[in-house]
Write a protein that binds this ligand. Structure first.
Ligand SMILES: [Fe+2]
Length: 395
């Protein structure tokens, strides 16, 4: 529970300076070498293609990863006010996410406890005092309690308290709501690492404005969608006509925060000296890219932050919820112009380039042309990610 999401002011300075980040982030940034000093390693690493295309591996991941430990679900800011509810179907499990009158977030199965009908449709947040099932008008509080059943006197020995909504274990921290997807699994929130939460709070994910959000339904395995956010190899190539020229072929400073990965790299304009220019926007010269294990992505840009949840729906289907967060509202012409331009650009780059490439790659892997995919030293975070994934699948 994070009551601060409701209490704290949301207007922040437009930019962030180095000293606004956590000591851990600052320390990592100070490790970025000048581009002339950067050494890219040679590595020998491959993945079997069946990890991306095999039904057996997909089922293994669902059972031993996605249903066994908490996954990132959505942003706290989606449920800004108490008494808000929204449906969430991204993981293929009908969920209901609410914020009760006290400000606590809850995740329920979106199933009426009379006969299972959906209580709420549509995945946009709505202000609701109660949730009434359209089928037989059973109504539930936003905290999941059964308030009333129509003609309740016609149920003999009716125990109302045994028909509350089924709540899934969830946790809210750093502006993100994590949830278990299996009501019967032992809750495991070990991915919600303290340092990760501190880093997300330093970015003000919990108080930022959601400028825009978009849902993508992709024909690709979720790991094909994730990998572009774990490597810089493609940036100057795939993004040659868009953002590529802003970046350099340099390795990342990579840290594990629990099972999560933080990658920090200097953009083309980065020099170690630029870190000490007073008042300088740190996000102009440095990019952060996080993996919120296993399937969340956070990427920083000079004037906004991108958060994505990549949710597997089948071995070859992934639902992506993309959010663009800004530090100030778009309440003036300058901000409106900047954010609109940024949103169009980022949707073009992630949607039109990265997601496009993920679908292309998945289709190619399905041909059977390759037995393995191979990773370069500019992709060295990918094998690290798969070590973490394998470890999680084994426990
Ligand atoms: Fe990319």
């Amino acid at each position: 529970m994070n009551a601060t999401v409701l209490d704290r002011p949301t207007d922040k300075p437009l930019i962030q300076t180095l000293d606004m980040l956590t000591p851990s982030q600052q320390e990592a940034i100070r490790k970025i070498p000048g581009h002339d000093q950067a050494r890219i390693p040679s590595i020998d690493a491959t993945n079997p293609v069946s990890m991306y295309t095999g039904q057996h591996f997909y089922d293994h991941e669902q059972k031993n990863l996605f249903r066994k430990r908490a996954v990132p679900l959505t942003l706290s800011r989606m449920l800004e006010e108490p008494g808000t509810a929204m449906a969430h179907d991204g993981y293929g499990v009908p969920l209901l996410v609410t914020r009760d009158k006290e400000g606590t977030a809850h995740v329920f199965l979106n199933a009426c406890m009379h006969k299972g009908a959906r209580l709420l449709d549509g995945c946009d947040p709505v202000k609701k005092g109660r949730l009434t099932c359209p089928y037989h008008a059973w109504s539930f509080g936003i905290d999941g309690k059964l308030l009333a059943a129509a003609r309740a006197e016609t149920f003999e020995n009716f125990d109302k308290s045994s028909r509350n909504l089924v709540e899934l274990a969830s946790r809210e921290a750093g502006g993100i709501i994590w949830t278990m997807l299996d009501k019967d699994a032992e809750p495991d929130f070990s991915s919600v690492d303290d340092q990760l939460v501190a880093d997300m709070e330093a970015f003000d994910i919990d108080t930022a404005h959601i400028y825009g959000h978009k849902v993508f339904e992709l024909d690709a395995n979720w790991k094909c969608v994730l990998e572009p956010f774990l490597e810089g190899y493609h940036v100057q190539r795939l993004h040659a006509q868009s953002v590529g020229p802003l970046f350099a072929d340099v390795p990342n400073v990579t840290d594990k925060l629990g099972p999560n990965i933080r990658q920090i790299s200097g953009k083309l304009n980065y020099t170690p000296d630029c870190l000490d220019i007073p008042g300088e926007n740190i996000h102009k010269s440095v990019t952060h890219a996080y993996n919120l294990f296993p399937n969340g992505v956070v990427v920083t840009s000079p004037y906004y932050i991108s958060v994505m949840f990549l949710m597997p729906n089948a071995v070859d289907k992934t639902t992506v919820h993309y959010f663009m967060l800004t530090r100030s509202p778009d309440d003036n012409d300058k901000a409106r112009e900047l954010y609109k331009k940024s949103y169009d650009m980022v949707i073009g780059v992630f949607g039109g380039e990265d997601f496009w490439a993920a679908e292309q790659s998945h289709a190619g892997l399905m041909t059977g042309a390759l037995d393995t995919v191979i990773f370069s030293g500019l992709e060295e975070t990918i094998p690290l990610y798969y070590e973490i994934l394998e470890d999680a699948l084994a426990h």
